[in-house]
Design a protein around this ligand. Structure first.
Ligand code: TTP
Ligand code: MG
Ligand code: MG
Length: 457
């Protein structure tokens, strides 16, 4: 493949900072990009050493699928998620709408104020799922190790595929073209030696671009980026990092690991590893592949009839939290990130995650985080079709329980493992942690209270 062929569709992008001799390079469709000699050399000669991971993420996914069925939407400011005067939130915004500050999770009414000329579309979840499946099929033709990380993105382990597909940038180009041909959709591809660098570089490549962080360039690529770009570093962790003077990813390597450990426990050194571009710890550990499933544990429930009744919703969330907690304990994991999935009658689906300061495997803590997420995000009165609870970002359970802080937690952990045993015997529905939920909640619980675990045990 000649560079000139590629550049008819992309320009060559070079985002080196300062006097880096071999910059991280990519091909990208964005405007005002310069061709570089380094890119030419790379495309023709460089093959990867070590692991090669792709992160593929579809561009403005829900909007792009809508455009396939209504080409008049192309190039316009489009908001998927509901109508301009509705109480819901934006699922997806076209890049044109983003120019006016519209983004996912923003209230539709705010989006309408910021971008009055936007076209509002309700959305078709079944279609997005179909297209997600199509995209997945394309990905499977490029690597046997495909790990879908959400409806529109996946990690591919491309290590050792050079003979079949060529060096990384070339195979990314082929993948990008096939994706367009077979789904009609644009995607962006980040290439790196770890999931972390691949994920962050696909974000940088957007829209409709490919960006390769060359082996050895990870640290210098990551250093100038905001620390909040690290997956798993949410608002709270970011604020705490900022408090101790860590603003950019590179700052993580300027402080002693001891300081990070004091402030963030086990997660501290993991953060430093991420700043070096490693898939250190939890979320990103292990090989890319099907076993990814074990990297998160989730349970979902679809109601027989959609409901807005908190008397049904809260016990369901509690029950799902309890099931997730149980599986965490079975596998000796503690989870740092908890995620709520909420699907309304019209299939509009939102997921909202919360990262805990100290990871847990306790039903009560899971439920408390999930209930908060629910109440902060549910549009009161809007009927719910499905609820899901997911735990991810695992760490191993420390040998000493005292890491879980305090006597109370230990007692609970014992009580919970007793309840697990009972459940093994009697089945899930026999036990319910009503005691933990407080009186008002208990009354709504239908499970057999006689079988509740004894708190003293
Ligand atoms: P993203 O990949 O985060 O966003 P995107 O594909 O719309 O845009 P980008 O080009 O930046 O990747 O999410 C994929 C889809 O998931 C998105 O099209 C709509 C849906 N979604 C929600 O419904 N709610 C949300 O809060 C987010 C972030 C996404
Ligand atoms: Mg996307
Ligand atoms: Mg995505």
């Amino acid at each position: 493949m000649k560079v000139s062929q590629i550049s008819t569709r992309y320009s060559i992008k070079c985002i080196s900072r300062g006097p880096v001799r071999r910059p991280y390079i990519g091909i990208c469709s964005s405007e005002n990009l310069t061709k570089t000699a380094a890119a030419l050399v790379y495309l023709q000669e460089v093959t990867a050493t070590g692991r090669t991971i792709f992160h593929v993420d579809m561009d403005a996914f829900f909007v792009s699928v809508e455009e396939l069925f209504n080409p008049a939407l192309k190039g316009k400011a489009v908001v998927v998620g509901g109508q301009r005067d509705e109480r819901g939130v934006v699922s997806a915004a076209s890049y044109e709408a983003r120019k006016f500050g519209v983004h996912s999770a923003m209230p539709l009414r705010t989006a309408a104020k910021q971008c009055p000329h936007a076209i509002f579309v309700d959305g078709h979840m079944e279609l997005y799922q179909q297209y997600s499946q199509k995209a997945r099929e394309v990905l499977h033709d490029f690597s046997p190790a495909v790990e879908m990380a959400s409806i529109d993105e996946a990690y591919l382990d491309m290590t050792g595929t050079e003979r079949l597909h060529g060096p990384p940038l070339l195979s990314a180009h082929k993948l990008h073209s096939q994706m367009k041909e077979r789904t009609g959709l644009n995607c962006s591809i980040g290439i790196g030696s770890s999931r972390l660098t691949a994920k962050i570089s696909s974000d940088k490549a957007k829209p409709n671009g490919v960006l390769y962080v060359l082996p050895g360039q990870e640290q210098s690529f990551l250093a100038p980026l905001d620390v909040g770009k690290i997956p798993g570093v949410g608002k709270v962790t970011k604020a705490r990092l900022n408090d101790i003077g860590i603003v950019y990813i590179g700052d993580l390597l300027k402080v002693e690991e001891r300081v990070l450990e004091e402030n963030f426990g086990k997660w501290g050194p993991t953060l430093a590893g991420k700043a070096r571009g490693e898939d250190a710890g939890a979320w990103f550990e292990g090989d890319v592949g099907e076993e990814w499933q074990a990297k998160s544990i989730s349970h979902e429930h679809t109601f027989d009839r959609d409901t807005a009744d908190l008397g049904k919703i809260e016990p369901t969330l509690a029950h799902l939290s309890e099931k997730v907690g149980r599986r965490l304990r079975e596998q000796n994991f503690i989870a740092r990130t908890l995620q709520l999935k909420l699907r309304y009658s019209d299939f509009t689906t939102i997921t909202r995650a919360h990262s805990l300061n100290s990871p847990t495997q306790m039903d009560t803590e899971i439920f408390s985080a999930i209930a908060k997420l629910f109440h902060a995000n549910w549009e009161r009165g809007r009927a719910v079709r499905l609820l899901g609870v997911q735990a991810s970002n695992f760490e191993d359970l420390p040998e000493q329980m005292d890491l879980l802080e305090g006597d109370k937690k230990q007692k609970w952990a014992r009580a919970l493992s007793a309840s697990d045993r009972l459940r093994d015997k009697y089945g899930d529905s026999a036990i319910f942690l009503a005691k933990t939920m407080g009186g008002s909640f208990r009354e709504r619980v239908h499970e057999n209270p006689a079988e509740k675990p004894d708190k003293k045990r």
